[in-house]
Design a protein around this ligand. Structure first.
Ligand code: T46
Length: 135
């Protein structure tokens, strides 16, 4: 069964500002093979509408805000992401939808695998089947 949880990232704070660092296999349970970020978003445009067969990710809203909806085939959750000191950890087969992006939103994602188009599940009923298989 896919799992989703918010993790608090430890901040190094002093008079100069704040710094967050994330180490693979220490702060998150995977080695980081890929980093990408989403920006210049449009409030009217939603993204996602897919799941992955084999991928773990940590999603951090480093600026602005957005809604991140998750579904593991049994339970759906909605997360309001708006702080760089919190990460949403997605593991296993999770359907995701992102919406209500502020224009200044920057969504940073740390991923456990390289980009593979054939890892995507675009069909919701296929997702439900995969979610059950991996239960
Ligand atoms: C997720 C959310 C947060 C690449 O070339 N390399 C990459 O690593 C990625 C993620 C995408 N792309 C290409 C594929 C598409 O032509 O960039 C384009 C947009 O990607 P996608 O439609 O997958 O973007 P989102 O925002 O719908 O979803 C992505 C991730 O795929 C997804 O796993 O959790 O960001």
């Amino acid at each position: 069964m896919g799992s989703v949880r918010l993790i608090q990232l430890s901040k190094n704070e002093d008079l100069r500002g704040k710094l967050v660092s994330i180490e693979g296999q220490k702060d998150i349970p995977f080695d980081i093979k890929r980093i990408y970020y989403i920006f210049d978003t449009d409030e009217q445009q939603a993204r996602g509408y897919h799941a992955h067969l084999n991928l773990s990710q940590l999603v951090i809203c480093v600026r602005g805000e957005c809604e991140f909806l998750t579904d593991n085939g049994v339970t759906k959750h909605s997360f309001h992401l708006n702080t760089p000191s919190e990460g949403l950890l997605l593991q296993g087969v999770i359907w995701r939808e992102m919406c209500n992006f502020s224009h200044d939103c920057i969504l940073l994602v740390l991923a456990s695998e390289y980009y593979k188009p054939d890892d995507y599940i675009w069909d919701y009923s296929k997702f439900l089947t995969e979610a059950k298989i991996n239960d």
